[in-house]
Design a protein around this ligand. Structure first.
Ligand SMILES: *Cc1c(COP(=O)(O)O)cnc(C)c1O
Length: 392
């Protein structure tokens, strides 16, 4: 009798996501027209020019060798150009940039590359699930940093206990954030860099939503802080910013030692991102630097307005997010996150994610992903309104 068992695996993953998936299956099997505002997967494709670049590259027989873990010189040079253009930050393409098979790849593996079992890492609660999962894989103990509405979901760094700081190797943050759609400004990053320097902590900043901000707001990079590449790495993803989630391409930049460590670990795991995909991603970054280039932000800004105004009109008072593809909504009194999400799905046919799927601090909230066209969002809002107002 073969016994396959991994305690590590048993600790991974939030059971809530599979629970929501099974609710959805059940509702679908009753023939309900379900509107899925659950998983944050972009519903549009990349631009025609990016698809053309990909088509051309795929037809080129020289694109089919092992790409190598670093990322091509062209891709890394283009990332460096884009960083200078977008943030005014200069990066060394040789030492400070590594290509990733999605930031999930980098986030999942970074702790393995830069920590030892028994170390501590500081991760946000609520937070994107891979942050904690990567610590499970590496045998690292999480310190869950609460992010609360009354502090605009920014951490209170001074409340982290001294003994935690002594053992902690890195602090991971994410602005604009999933699921919170909270944003950080440069003065916050300046304080964070100073704090990290004082406590000899690496800052790991996940900037997956940097290009998805509204009302003219331009999210800063932590690397804009003078000298921050001594203490910080930053993740960017082509998935959300350029609608390339299925292509699996992202990059980590910053602290040269951390870049080297992640590259070395990954050279034992994968052989890099398909060259054709790197070509297409470089095209997307170059196009983004052209004057008058269009951004995904406009689409999500309109969707945000539809949902925020719609929900307010039916009596659900939610704040207006400044960025990301999510609405993080405090739920009406008398419900748990799990209960109301289930009832919204069974009564209104709309999938939302219970806030506690992202950590215990998420209880009392649900996450609504803006991943359907406006007419579907309007319909979702109408149905949620009927449910909340008990007319159905
Ligand atoms: C979607 C998302 C990512 C991107 O993951 P990829 O692996 O690059 O597709 C990273 N971080 C957060 C917080 C996300 O929501």
């Amino acid at each position: 009798m073969i016994k396959l068992q991994s305690n590590r695996l048993a600790e991974l993953g939030s059971a809530i996501f599979s629970e929501v998936a099974s609710w959805k299956q059940e509702v679908l099997s009753r023939g309900v027209d379900v509107i899925d505002l659950g998983i944050g997967s972009p519903d549009h494709g990349p631009s025609e020019r990016v698809r053309e670049a990909l088509r051309e590259a795929v037809s080129d027989p020289t694109m089919y060798g092992y790409p190598g873990t670093d990322g091509t010189p062209e891709f890394r040079r283009t990332v460096a150009d884009w960083y200078r253009h977008r943030f005014g930050v200069t990066l060394d393409p040789e030492r400070e940039i590594v290509a990733l098979m999605g930031s999930q790849d980098g986030l999942a593996h970074l702790a393995l590359a830069i920590t030892n079992p028994g170390d501590i890492a500081i991760v946000p609660d609520p937070g994107y699930p891979i942050y904690s999962a990567s610590l499970v894989l590496a045998g690292v103990t999480p310190y869950l940093l609460p992010l609360r509405e009354e502090h605009q979901y920014l951490p209170q760094l001074e409340l982290i206990p001294a003994d935690v700081l002594k053992q902690a190797k890195f602090i991971l943050l994410n602005y604009p954030s999933n699921p919170l759609s909270a944003v950080a400004t440069l003065p916050f990053f300046e304080r964070l860099v100073e704090f990290a320097r004082r406590h000899e902590l690496l800052i790991v900043h996940d900037a997956a939503y940097s290009e998805m901000a509204f009302d003219g707001f331009r999210p800063p990079s932590v690397l804009e802080v003078e000298g921050a590449n001594d203490v910080a790495v930053e993740f960017h993803s082509m998935s959300k910013s350029f609608n390339m989630a299925g292509c699996r391409i992202a990059f980590m930049v910053g602290h040269a030692g951390a870049v080297e460590a992640l590259r070395t670990l990954k050279s034992n795991i994968d052989y890099g991102v398909f060259l054709a995909v790197q070509k297409a991603a470089a095209q997307a970054l170059r196009d983004d630097m052209l004057p008058g280039s269009s951004s995904v932000a406009a689409l999500y800004e309109r969707r945000r307005d539809v949902v925020v105004e719609g929900l307010r009109a039916v009596g659900w008072d939610i704040p207006t997010p400044k960025a990301s593809m999510f609405i993080w909504a405090r739920i009406p009194d008398g419900w748990t996150s799990r209960q109301i999400s289930r009832e919204i799905l069974y009564n209104a046919g709309v999938v939302v994610i219970p806030g506690d799927a992202f950590g215990k601090e998420g209880e009392g909230y649900v996450r609504i992903a803006l991943v359907q066209e406006e007419d579907r969002l309007l319909e979702a809002v109408r149905r949620i309104g009927e449910f909340l107002n008990g007319t159905k």
